[in-house]
Design a protein around this ligand. Structure first.
Ligand code: TXA
Ligand code: MG
Length: 313
């Protein structure tokens, strides 16, 4: 796909593309997803190709409702309890049902499957209109920043991928991923719903997967979410750098964005990728980033910042 793509103007047009086995990026409340019919192996392979994923990482399967999800995975009573938080920015890793119709490549040959029901009207309408689950990783070239606007998707893929425009994403970071085990919940990726919030709403503890453990969510440990600039975390800006501030910011005579002048972590999560995109576009060599408290959504924000700062392959 190298010709310029024509964007769908309606959910119906986007659904027609997806039903025909084509890719279409679509908005969710977290970030834009690069969608394909999850039952169509060729369409799913086109996701890997378009993103340039170096190897096959399993994809998140987006469902319109619990009924669609139940056809794909085994839901224990514990899983059902967690799924009561859907629609939402919460992905559950569950045992896959045999013969669930999903393309093997979508699950990367694993016997588990990652599923979520997004909390976004357009996304839900789109999945319902396609009538099939949609595989959708974040709609960015592999290893780059996740897009929170349609324009960032177009730029990322050089205009070759059709995008259903739903405006800016309101959460701004990817979903929280929880593996449902027989008797406990394990967070594999911090994300748009804070772990403490999940614990409070469910009245259940959520463990954190050990970072050093065998890659629980494959592909999550490498450098990811990378801007072109180098990143310096927990830092004050120096001359010639760009500065990503949080809360009260020191005077600085360079390119600056403030994630949240009021030090609100929701606002900061929403702004994170968009502001990193903007600072990166300024062409500076280094982005200095203010300290972010490691509480609530700060867990997800710091996780993304550390990945952005990690050595590149
Ligand atoms: O908010 C989001 O989650 C966005 C939007 C589009 O929904 N999607 C997203 O997808 O972030 P992606 O592909 O960028 O991240 C999916 C993560 C990967 O790290 C993958 O390894 C993990 O989910 N994953 C998928 N299936 C898994 C499984 N069966 N077990 C463990 N991890 C899994
Ligand atoms: Mg991603």
């Amino acid at each position: 796909m190298t010709e310029p793509a024509v964007d769908p103007r309606t959910v119906t047009e986007a659904a027609a593309l997806l039903r025909a086995g084509r890719l279409c990026a679509f908005p969710t409340e977290t970030v834009y997803g690069l969608g394909a019919d999850a039952t169509d192996a060729d369409a799913v392979l086109a996701i890997y190709e378009t993103k340039g994923r170096p190897r096959f990482n399993p994809l998140i399967i987006h469902c319109a409702d619990l009924a669609m999800a139940e056809a794909l995975a085994e839901f224990s009573p514990l899983a059902r309890r967690v799924a009561s938080l859907w629609p939402g920015s919460l992905t559950l890793v569950l045992p896959a049902k045999k013969g669930n119709g999903l393309a093997d490549v979508a699950m990367a040959g694993l016997d588990s499957v990652a599923i979520r029901v997004p909390d976004h009207a357009l996304a839900l309408e789109l999945i319902a209109a396609v009538g099939r689950p949609l595989a959708a990783p974040s709609a960015n070239p592999s290893g780059r920043l996740s897009p929170t606007t349609a324009e960032q998707v177009r730029q990322g893929f050089g205009g070759t991928v059709p995008v259903l425009d739903g405006g800016p994403c309101r959460a701004g970071v990817e979903s929280t991923i929880i593996r449902v085990e027989s008797e406990r919940l394990v967070q594999l990726r911090a994300g748009a719903v804070a772990r403490a919030e999940i614990e409070r709403r469910l009245g259940l503890a959520v463990a954190v997967a050990e970072k050093s453990a065998a890659v629980a969510a494959p592909g999550m440990l490498a450098s990811h979410y990378a801007p072109n600039a180098q990143m310096r975390l927990n830092a004050a800006p120096r001359d010639g750098e760009a500065y990503l501030a949080f809360g009260a910011a020191p005077d600085f005579d360079g390119v600056t964005r403030n994630l949240s002048p009021a030090a609100d972590l929701h606002e900061a999560a929403r702004n994170l990728f968009a502001m990193l995109h903007e600072l990166d576009a300024a062409g500076v060599g280094v982005i200095a980033v203010a300290p972010i408290p490691e509480e609530g959504l700060g867990e997800a924000i710091n996780d993304r910042l550390q990945r952005a700062a990690a050595p590149r392959d």
